[in-house]
Design a protein around this ligand. Structure first.
Ligand code: SAH
Length: 290
């Protein structure tokens, strides 16, 4: 699947709080990223693979929000628009724990080279500024990065799979935390290209496959990272179990706090033990042991 298959739905809202409530209500319809724009006429932009977009379902969901009067419009994004959007906005450097994620070529990134990317306790990750899936700005990405750092002994020397890798920021962090081997998978061809570019930018070399959980090998990984969506995670959990070795770690995010119990219950039924959890702005992150 390629990102020219994406559509953008623009909704007029009154405030960021309204945008957050709408996000929570429509995320299960398949939207996978959101952008709130402040200003005289605030807008919530929601992105979805065009093949998943169901205008009637969205209309029904919005009709259930009594205060929503804003109206909405939808447009299909061309690949060029998508990249242009990110190129225009770019992203700013962000720090998560001892990790700094910088847009390559920016002042913050300076002329840092591969060998310097881990200095003492500090880790720098460079990302192509044109690609915004997984820059670390999203709460879910931040929590995954923080959980990985807080439990770096889970990763050092281990075999790590970054599933739904986007920019591959998590796979790159795993490599910099000393993973023995890393591989990555994403369903989106543009994400795969971006991931491969970012891996090179960071002086690393690992495989990225354009696929979904069906590409996971059995009994092959010590750590599986999946920051995707609730429904995908729930349906793929049995595959995650097969893919992980005994004692392996599963880190999940991409869903809301209110869905965490349901996901934990499904994981529990498959024999996973919940080790820790955290949440940020209504998003959740869970860490399990198989
Ligand atoms: N791992 C990054 C990106 C998360 S965004 C981070 O933590 O920030 C979620 C990514 O999952 C997107 O790149 C999307 O293309 C991918 N994705 C969505 N459904 C998927 C599936 N079924 N299998 C694999 N990847 C999927």
């Amino acid at each position: 699947m390629d990102s020219q298959d994406y559509s953008e739905v623009a909704l007029k809202v009154d405030s960021e709080e309204q945008a957050e409530i709408i996000e929570a209500m429509v995320v299960d319809l398949g939207f996978d990223s959101f952008q709130f724009e402040e200003g005289d006429e605030p807008v919530l932009r929601c992105y979805i693979q065009t093949s998943l977009f169901d205008g009637n379902a969205l209309g029904d969901a919005l009709a259930g929000i009594p205060w929503f009067k804003g109206g909405w419009s939808v447009r299909k994004l061309e690949a060029a628009d998508w990249n242009e959007e990110w190129e225009k906005n770019g992203f700013t450097a962000i720090e998560v724990g001892r990790v700094r994620v910088c847009p390559a070529g920016s002042e913050e990134a300076g002329d840092r080279v591969d060998g310097e990317s881990v200095t003492g306790d500090r880790i720098t990750i460079l990302l192509d500024p044109r690609m915004a899936f997984g820059t670390g700005h999203h709460d879910t990405t931040c929590m995954m990065m923080k959980t990985m750092q807080d439990n770096s002994e889970d990763i050092a020397g281990k075999s790590v799979m970054d599933l739904g890798c986007g920019t591959a920021v998590l796979g790159i962090l795993a490599a910099k935390l000393g993973a023995g081997s890393v591989s990555a998978v994403d369903i989106d061809a543009t994400a795969v290209r971006s991931a491969l570019g970012n891996i090179r930018l960071n002086g690393l070399d690992f495989e990225v496959v354009c696929s979904d959980a069906s590409a996971l090998k059995e009994d092959a990984y010590d750590v599986l990272l999946a920051n995707i969506h609730k429904n995908i995670i729930i349906s793929d959990l049995p595959r995650y179990r097969k893919a992980l070795r005994r004692g392996g770690r599963l880190l999940l995010s991409g869903f809301y706090d209110r869905d965490a119990d349901e996901i934990a219950a499904v994981a529990d039924g498959l024999g996973f033990t919940l080790l820790s959890s955290c949440s940020s702005n209504g998003w959740a992150c869970l860490r399990f042991c198989k």
